[in-house]
Write a protein that binds this ligand. Structure first.
Ligand SMILES: NC(=O)c1ccc[n+]([C@@H]2O[C@H](COP(=O)([O-])OP(=O)(O)OC[C@H]3O[C@@H](n4cnc5c(N)ncnc54)[C@H](OP(=O)(O)O)[C@@H]3O)[C@@H](O)[C@H]2O)c1
Length: 346
């Protein structure tokens, strides 16, 4: 089968090679899906450069976190998935940009007929990450105000819609006039160009100095520091992503003083479902699989009621992965870029 392998650490067009590799076999609790569509995820750009410490397998490995496909083989205890069309994460958050992907069943969800494979691929991570950030962990309530950074991106565009569906007022940031327009079309009440304007001042003005109740921070670094000044009393600043520079994830740089004096909560977000008992107290908490299932059901319900919709910003061929990741790196994408694997058959 064809698979995009990271063979060296460099920019995507130099790091990746489309190679023929052996079709993988699912182990116990795993499924194999025949891939129809995959999504480009910002973490994969960092993966190519070898600076993404969360997913850092030895080279070479097959890149790719998210896919939609039909389950064509199953391991022991995963028999119930056989033949179902699913959205899934590759084992170890790798392996998805290939004709076949193996996924652990705790990160496999049904893809209903109401979503085609492209929409399903654009639905899965963006809405699950946004839900875990804003609602599961951030406890966003109707009538509150949410600040969403990188609002035109894959996760950001889902977060804007979800916050609106929750009955919140939404302030979004993004990096160009076209992206601001897009944020407003998605429902943002206010959109701020954080590359040109001081977003802290704009938030202060828009909230009459009160601040926002929940911030979904997908950028990190200096943006996180500035966001601290935007938080309301008892607000929740959700550290959800680091598209401004993944290195910030491991830099000791957060000053306690603004957090203490801000009287807000600083919280982390990891969208991974599983069995919490399997981990113990090792500094990682997964979201229980049962919560993942109710989150998936809640999201599909919102979709059925047309309150949220997946944003397929671009469709491309599987053959275009390196160029499409480089578009993400250059900040040229809006919504999710989805790759079509239907014609990949070797
Ligand atoms: N916590 C979790 O479990 C989890 C899971 C999956 C993904 N994530 C995170 O979610 C975030 C969004 O992921 P995504 O795949 O949907 O990406 P994305 O938002 O579609 O693309 C990244 C966006 O970040 C903004 N950005 C800010 N600074 C940037 C910089 N220096 N270089 C490039 N882009 C920059 C750009 O928008 P502007 O031009 O508008 O600034 C860019 O379009 C990522 O940080 C990812 O790590 C978190």
């Amino acid at each position: 089968m064809k698979a995009w392998r990271v063979v060296r650490n460099a920019r995507p067009s130099e790091a990746l090679e489309l190679l023929e590799v052996e079709r993988p076999t699912p182990g116990p609790g795993e499924v194999r899906a025949h891939v129809a569509a995959t999504a480009c995820n910002f973490n994969e750009v960092d993966g190519c450069y070898g600076r993404y410490k969360t997913v850092d397998p030895p080279l070479p490995y097959t890149l790719g976190m998210e896919a939609v496909g039909v389950v064509d083989a199953v391991g022991q205890d995963a028999e119930a998935w056989l033949g179902r069309r699913v959205m899934l994460t590759g084992v170890g958050a790798t392996g998805a940009h290939a004709e076949y992907v193996i996924g652990g069943q705790e990160m496999v969800f049904d893809c209903p007929d109401s979503l085609d494979e492209f929409e399903g691929a654009a639905f899965y991570f963006p809405f699950h990450v946004a839900y875990v950030s804003l609602i599961e962990r951030g406890r966003l309530r109707s009538g509150e105000t949410a600040l969403i950074h990188a609002g035109a991106g894959g996760v950001g565009s889902a977060a804007i819609q979800l916050a609106k569906a929750q009955g919140a007022r939404v302030i979004a940031t993004a990096g160009s006039a076209e992206k601001l327009d897009f944020c407003r079309k998605l429902g943002a009440d206010l959109a701020i160009n954080y590359r040109e304007d001081d977003f802290t001042e704009a938030v202060s003005e828009a909230t009459e100095g009160r601040g926002v109740d929940v911030a979904c921070d997908l950028v990190g670094g200096e943006i996180t520091q500035q966001t601290m000044r935007c938080m309301a009393y008892n607000g929740r600043l959700m550290m959800t992503g680091f598209s401004g520079g993944i290195e910030a994830e491991d830099v000791a740089g957060l000053l306690p003083r603004p957090i203490i004096f801000g009287n807000f909560s600083l919280a982390g977000v990891l969208m991974t479902y599983g069995d919490p008992d399997r981990y113990g107290l090792i500094g990682i908490h997964v979201v229980p699989r049962e919560r993942g299932e109710s989150i998936h059901a809640a999201l599909l319900d919102l979709h059925a009621r047309r309150q949220i919709r997946p944003i397929v910003g671009r469709r491309a061929s599987f053959a275009d992965l390196p160029q499409e990741l480089e578009r993400m790196e250059r900040r040229e994408t809006m919504g999710r870029t989805i790759l079509n694997w239907n014609r990949a058959a070797s």
